[in-house]
Design a protein. Structure first.
Length: 143
């Protein structure tokens, strides 16, 4: 009888502990290819994959820049997405303020945040000819 009583007390504690951990924030791994062209106002798009808790979530990304910008480039970015409670938090509109450039093969990086509190920290090589000092925005949609 004592063993049964202990089981009835201990099992609900484990159930609450493990079920609440599924709502904890996680950090995912992001890989994206982004192609951009600009002359004052720029635009671009691409696709990528978010890896979160062992699952892969393909996504589409589109973006814009406004400010001093000229040229064209292709970026292969990789990094982290933190502050994710569930995969759908990753989708949304991201904004950043930054300055950077690439000349026929440089490195670039960007930090962005969306309305769900997800923070992207991406970096990687660029190919092309581009100079930019602008406000950028990205929209990510899960496929």
């Amino acid at each position: 009888m004592l063993k049964l009583a202990l089981r009835l007390i201990v099992l609900p504690i484990f159930a609450v502990t493990f079920s609440s951990s599924s709502f904890a924030q996680a950090t995912g791994h992001v890989q994206v290819k982004f192609v951009k062209a600009a002359l004052l106002v720029g635009g671009g798009g691409g696709s990528g994959v978010l890896t979160l808790r062992g699952r892969h979530y393909p996504f589409i990304v589109s973006g814009f820049s406004l400010g001093v910008a000229a040229g064209a480039s292709t970026s292969w970015l990789e990094g982290s997405a933190s502050g994710i409670r569930q995969a759908s938090d990753f989708a949304g509109s991201y904004t950043a303020v930054g300055a950077g450039g690439a000349f026929v093969g440089g490195a670039g990086g960007i930090n962005l945040r969306n309305e769900n509190g997800v923070v992207l920290n991406l970096k990687g090589p660029k190919a092309g000819l581009e100079f930019a000092a602008n406000v950028s925005g990205l929209t990510i949609s899960l496929k």
